[in-house]
Design a protein around this ligand. Structure first.
Ligand code: GLN
Length: 212
């Protein structure tokens, strides 16, 4: 059973733990650098990214998180988590740091300050089962995505029609919306699959080394 950590500095941690458990993963909270060694994947939840980034720095988690992700740890960021995994930010305080890893430019509060929260359909590519009904809360979007980034979802209709709200780059996934708040478990299922594949690859590499 894959062990998946949820970064528990701030934000909607409980809902992600429940969604991960519903997909058959063992889900644990992560607050300390040493806890990163025990997990096979990491979820960075929604919340408030400026606060989350400050707490990550204070808890001395930024460098360990960067190292873990550079070393191949699968990670999924939702909303503030998407901001945390982005390499570049727009409309963020100049001193706001991120963990990074995703070759994207993410605009914070992209849907406008007045639009606190709303729901919209998201057209999916690379996730089966038709459009996803998504909940957005002061959400970011992906303004620009590098060549290695696969766009998994775009807003359908309304003023934000076509905006990129779900992406994948190798072992990293991010969504602007909050699938942990709805009954649709397809994003968590995709992420748990990525973690399982990563574990299987690691096991294969170890077996190869033992043989060689
Ligand atoms: N706007 C928030 C931020 O800047 C994100 C909101 C959310 O995670 N629901 O982090």
């Amino acid at each position: 059973v894959p062990v998946i950590g949820v970064l528990a500095l701030q934000g909607d941690v409980r809902e992600h733990l429940a969604a991960l458990r519903a997909q058959g993963a063992e889900a644990v909270t992560v607050r300390r650098p040493a806890e990163l060694a025990r997990i096979d994947g990491l979820v960075v939840p929604g919340g408030e990214s400026t606060t989350m980034a400050k707490l990550a720095a204070r808890f001395e988690l930024l460098e360990p998180l960067r190292a873990a992700i550079a070393g191949g740890l699968p990670a999924y960021g939702s909303c503030a988590g998407m901001i945390m995994l982005a390499d570049r930010l727009l409309d963020a305080p100049a001193d706001q740091v991120t963990v990074g890893g995703l070759d994207v430019t993410v605009r914070r509060n992209a849907f406008g300050r007045q639009v606190d929260s709303f729901e919209s359909e998201v057209a999916l590519d690379g996730i089966a089962g038709g459009p996803l009904h998504a909940v957005f809360i002061r959400a970011p979007w992906v303004e620009e995505a590098g060549p290695e980034v696969r766009v998994l979802g775009r807003v359908v209709g309304g003023p934000a029609d076509g905006k990129i709200v779900a992406v994948r780059q190798g072992h990293l996934v991010a969504t602007s919306f909050h699938p942990e708040l709805t009954g649709d478990r397809r994003v968590h299922a995709l992420f748990v699959d990525i973690v399982r594949e990563h574990l299987a690859q690691q096991a294969g590499a170890v077996a190869g080394n033992e043989r060689g």
